[in-house]
Ligand binder design. Structure first.
Ligand SMILES: [Zn+2]
Length: 264
């Protein structure tokens, strides 16, 4: 599922393949994909226009077209982008296909159909109006601690709360807490500054490394739960116990009860 590092890799992908190309045609095969816009409006806006730049905030990607006009992508559970140079066969399952004047094309492919595409004017206004928190790679430790401390919930639910902090989802929150040796159900109001510092440092370290590796999971093989998401595995560090699965914050969470301390 695309989280901050995956969306950052989609941003790089668009910048490497699709900027400054005149758009010739736009096909929307799945109208459910559109949020706050229509096929006609999207086509009317994009055709003849071109992508000028991109910006990511949390799990959202914004592609700037003209001044104050952005194409918004949210990748849901399975959404991703595929670029096809001229002459290459196009993925016929694309929910959205943008054809450029040079006959190359960019597709939004989404098997589970939970992704969204929209048009927005101002990115900062969008983030503010929707109440999304600061990006997990932009936030400083002081604000991170203050925002978390305001919540009366467990640490896993808070890390995944996009209104508190944008970009961390189910899988990366498991990894952050595993590396922090902290049980996902630990209560935030019981965590001291030393533990919050550890979570912050691990969050930034893991996300930065994943971004540097272009979210390629094979290159993150030292990351236990990103690589081996399963219950009943032998925990690799000193502990030697077995990993567990439990629904926390409505999501399937993996952790090691042996070495992730539960603080309640
Ligand atoms: Zn363990």
């Amino acid at each position: 599922m695309p989280e901050l590092p995956e969306v950052e890799s989609f941003k790089n992908y668009i910048e490497q393949t699709s900027l400054y190309k005149r758009i010739k045609d736009v096909t929307v095969s799945n109208a459910m994909l559109l949020s706050g816009t229509s096929k006609e409006c999207l086509r009317g806006t994009l055709i003849g226009n071109m992508m000028m730049g991109s910006r990511r905030h949390g799990k959202f990607l914004f592609i700037r077209h003209k001044k104050d006009l952005n194409l918004l992508f949210h990748f849901g559970m399975t959404g991703h982008l595929e670029y096809f140079p001229k002459g290459e066969p196009i993925n016929k399952n694309a929910a959205l296909l943008i054809l450029f004047k040079d006959d190359s094309s960019l597709a939004f492919v989404d098997r589970r159909r939970l992704g969204k595409v929209g048009l927005i004017k101002n990115v900062d206004d969008f983030i503010k109006e929707r109440g999304y928190g600061p990006d997990a790679l932009q936030i400083d430790e002081k604000e991170f601690t203050e925002r978390l401390k305001s919540k009366r919930t467990n640490i896993k639910t808070a890390l995944m709360d996009q209104k508190l902090l944008a970009g961390v989802g189910n899988e990366y929150s498991d990894e952050i807490l595993f590396q922090s040796r902290l049980h996902p159900e630990s209560r935030i109001n019981k965590l001291n500054m030393r533990l919050l510092h550890r979570v912050f440092e691990n969050m930034q370290g893991i996300l930065k490394k994943a971004v540097a590796e272009n979210a390629d999971r094979r290159k993150l093989s030292n990351y236990f739960f990103l690589e081996h998401r399963k219950a009943g595995l032998t925990c690799p560090p000193k502990c030697g116990g077995f990993t567990a699965l439990k629904t926390i914050g409505g999501r399937s969470s993996y952790f090691c009860p042996g070495c992730q301390e539960l603080i309640k």
